[in-house]
Design a protein around this ligand. Structure first.
Ligand SMILES: [Zn+2]
Length: 381
C-alpha cells in the first residue's frame, strides 16, 4: 500500500466518524453498548472497546483498530462503508434460533466471547448444521460438578433429554440410576462466574417438592458450557411451546432462563424477632427470596414468597423500634399477610439496592399461577 499522507489520514478519520452516525453503527455490533469506538476492518463492523478484545482472540477472522487512535487507509474505510453493523447482522445472524441467548454488555465474558465466535468463526447462524450441539433436544456429556460436602469439583455425566422432560446426572460413569432428575419444567440456568470462582461457572436450579435445589457446574471449554446453556434453553422453549400452544416466541423467550433480581449478604432474625440476627446469603429469584448459610449451598435454609402490593406485601426501610441483636445498622422490614421479616444490611447502599429490588417485585401484578405458588408457601410448616 502506498504511503498515506497525514491529510489523507485526517480525511479517513473524518469519513469513519461519519459512518458511525449511520443507522446500526451507533451501537456495538456484539453487545449493544452505545457509541462504539473500535472497528474490525476485515468484518466491516463497529464495536465497543470491550468487544474489540474478544475479536483479538480470533485474529484469523477479525482484525481490529481504534476509530480515533489508529491510522486508516482509504480501501479499509471504503470496505467499512460498504458493510457496517446492519449488513453484517443480516449476514451473520440470519438463523439465530429464537431460544439462543444473545448476550449484552451486562453478561459475563464466556457468553460474550462465544457469541462472537459462534457468529464470525463458526458461522453457526449461516449453516444450521452447526447448531446440532444444542438444538436437537438431546445432549450427553461430562461436566465438573461441585460436591455438596467438600466443595470439590468432580467429573459427572449429564444427560438432557427433551423426550424424557428432564436433565439428569450420574455419580458413577457406569451408574444406571441417576443421582438427580431435574424436570425441564422447573429448570433454570444462570452463569455465576464470581460466586462459583470459575469463568465458566454455571448455576443450575430446579424444584424438588416445591423447594429450590442448586447445583454448580463448569466445563473448561467455553463453547461446551455455552452449548449446555443453550441446550437447556432449547429444551425449555420446546416444553413451553407445548404447555402454552397459543403463545408467541416473544412471550416464551423471557421465560427460558432467568438471572436473579439480586444476591448478597444480609442479617436476619427469626419469626419471634427475639432470636439473634445471623448473617446469611440471600438470593431474590423472581418471587422467591431464599437464604443460605453459604452462597454455594445445595438448598436454601428458608424461602419466602414475595407477592404484590395488591396482595398486602410491603417493603419499608428500618426496623421496629425495639429490635435488638443486629450488628449491621441498615434495616429493612418486609410485611407479608402472615408476618414481618426483619433484615439488616452492612451499608446504606446495600439497603437501598435491596429495597429497590424488593420494590420491583412487589410493584408487579401477580400472575394467576403465582397465586398457587403463594398458597403452597402458606401451607409450609
Ligand atoms: Zn460491545
Amino acid at each position: 500500500m502506498s504511503a498515506t499522507t497525514s491529510a489523507e489520514l485526517e480525511e479517513n478519520r473524518r469519513l469513519l466518524k461519519e459512518l458511525l452516525c449511520r443507522p446500526g453503527n451507533g451501537r456495538c455490533v456484539d453487545c449493544g453498548a452505545a457509541d462504539p469506538t473500535w472497528a474490525s476492518f476485515t468484518l466491516g463492523v463497529f464495536m465497543c472497546q470491550s468487544c474489540s478484545g474478544l475479536h483479538r482472540s480470533i485474529p484469523h477472522i477479525s482484525k481490529v483498530k481504534s476509530v480515533v487512535m489508529d491510522g486508516w487507509h482509504a480501501p479499509e474505510v471504503k470496505f467499512m462503508a460498504s458493510t457496517g453493523n446492519s449488513a453484517a447482522k443480516a449476514k451473520y445472524e440470519q438463523r439465530v434460533p429464537p431460544f439462543y441467548y444473545k448476550p449484552t454488555y451486562r453478561d459475563c465474558h464466556v457468553l460474550r466471547e462465544q457469541w462472537v465466535r459462534a457468529r464470525y468463526e463458526r458461522n453457526e447462524f449461516v449453516c444450521v448444521e452447526q447448531q446440532e450441539p444444542y438444538s436437537t433436544g438431546y445432549r450427553e456429556g461430562f461436566l465438573w460438578k461441585r460436591g455438596r460436602d467438600n466443595g470439590q469439583f468432580l467429573s459427572r455425566k449429564f444427560i438432557l433429554s427433551e423426550r424424557e422432560g428432564a436433565l439428569k446426572y450420574f455419580n458413577k460413569h457406569d451408574a444406571r440410576e441417576p443421582k438427580a432428575i431435574m424436570k425441564i419444567q422447573t429448570l433454570n440456568a444462570t452463569f455465576q462466574p464470581a460466586k462459583i470462582g470459575n469463568p465458566n461457572g454455571l448455576q443450575i436450579t430446579y424444584l424438588k417438592d416445591n423447594s429450590t435445589r442448586n447445583i454448580f457446574v463448569y466445563h473448561e471449554d467455553g463453547k461446551e458450557i455455552v452449548d449446555w446453556f443453550n441446550a437447556i434453553r432449547a429444551a425449555r422453549f420446546h416444553y413451553l411451546q407445548v404447555a402454552f400452544p397459543g403463545a408467541s416466541d416473544a412471550d416464551l423467550v423471557p421465560k427460558l432462563t432467568r438471572n436473579y433480581v439480586k444476591e448478597g449478604y444480609m442479617e436476619k432474625t427469626g419469626p419471634k424477632h427475639k432470636e439473634g440476627f445471623k448473617k446469611r446469603w440471600f438470593t431474590m429469584d423472581d418471587r422467591r427470596l431464599m437464604y443460605f448459610k453459604d452462597p454455594l449451598d445445595a438448598y436454601a435454609r428458608g424461602e419466602v414468597f414475595i407477592g404484590s402490593k395488591e396482595n398486602s406485601y410491603t417493603v419499608l426501610p428500618g426496623l421496629p423500634p425495639s429490635t435488638q441483636g443486629h450488628r449491621w445498622p441498615f434495616g429493612i422490614t418486609i410485611v407479608t399477610p402472615d408476618r414481618k421479616f426483619l433484615f439488616t444490611c452492612e451499608t446504606e447502599e446495600e439497603q437501598m439496592d435491596w429495597i429497590a429490588a424488593f420494590q420491583r417485585v412487589i410493584n408487579r401484578l401477580m400472575l394467576p399461577q403465582e397465586y398457587a405458588v403463594e398458597a403452597h408457601f402458606k401451607h409450609k410448616p
